[in-house]
Design a protein around this ligand. Structure first.
Ligand SMILES: [Zn+2]
Length: 283
């Protein structure tokens, strides 16, 4: 029996049945469809929960409420050295272009410098995790959650600035949030910002706009580890923009950030272990 004639027979049977039988068959059909639907749904849910290797899909965040009232996981033995992890956060992405000039988008500069930075750090043996490695949109909280969940050592967010009303304004600045509960006695956002800013200015020769306290930026306020946003240069300034378009300049920026990370890790007492990776003891 081919499929068509089977359904035609089924339809005939259905049409010739009594109204009660028809109602019964109809109800059973609905019940079966619902059961199959629930089955597929729960299978999809468990599949999603399994895909934890994509760090950002896993949403068991411990960052809601901000830097102020974060509970530290109690099962971490602080006296034992833990692996150093640097989270690199290329600002914006996907439909969020960031600042732009024509088709020159901040999101692309940020990603390029970030990938270069990560490569340099990995060459040195530092474990790097990116909040994004491609041109995708990632909200701010998942970026924070990722870093906090990994118990990352440092959080480096890479951005480029813009002042559309004043194209003369240019230069480099590093943003930080005043720490409330510093995780490390030897390093906090402000100290890290100072190191990052110094390295960037000496490597890039851009105008030094200094370090700037920004208490209300989510990725700085909600991350529990020392965190900064490096604003490399101004897209809105023609001279800065020309620099940002230059691959060698972006490589220099990445190198400066890598140097800053290594200086900060050194100040925090991180050490290279026998496997060539870095470990640190939380205090
Ligand atoms: Zn930005």
């Amino acid at each position: 029996m081919n499929r068509m004639s089977f359904f035609i027979k089924l339809r005939k049977l259905f049409l010739h049945a009594s109204p009660r039988k028809r109602a019964l068959v109809f109800t059973m059909g609905i019940v079966i469809l619902a059961a199959v639907g629930i089955g597929i749904g729960s299978q999809m849910m468990s599949k999603r929960a399994e895909s934890g290797n994509d760090y950002l899909n896993n949403n068991n965040n411990n960052s809601v409420g901000g830097r102020e009232n974060l509970d530290e996981p109690s099962n971490i033995d602080k006296s034992r050295p833990k692996e150093v992890i640097v989270v690199i956060d290329p600002g914006h992405g996907g439909e969020d272009l960031g600042a732009y000039n024509g088709t020159f988008y901040e999101k692309d500069i940020n990603l390029d410098i970030s990938l270069k930075l990560g490569e340099l750090l990995e060459e040195l043996g530092v474990k790097v995790v990116y909040t994004r490695k491609t041109d995708v949109f990632i909200d701010l909280d998942p970026r924070v959650d990722l870093a906090n969940r990994l118990d990352a050592t440092l959080f480096i967010s890479v951005h480029s600035n813009s002042m559309p009303d004043n194209s003369d304004y240019r230069g480099t600045e590093t943003l930080y949030c005043p720490p409330v509960n510093p995780k490390y006695s030897k390093m906090d956002g402000k100290k890290l910002a100072t190191i990052v800013q110094k390295e960037l200015i000496s490597a890039l020769g851009t105008v030094d706009n200094g370090i700037i306290e920004r208490p209300n930026l989510a990725v700085l306020r909600k991350t529990v580890m020392p965190a900064v946003i490096a604003e490399i240069a101004y897209i809105s300034s023609p001279s800065d923009r020309a620099k940002l378009k230059d691959t060698a300049f972006r490589q220099k920026a990445a190198q400066a950030l890598a140097d800053a990370v290594m200086k900060a890790l050194d100040e925090m007492g991180a050490v290279k272990d026998e496997n060539g990776g870095y470990t640190i003891i939380e205090d």
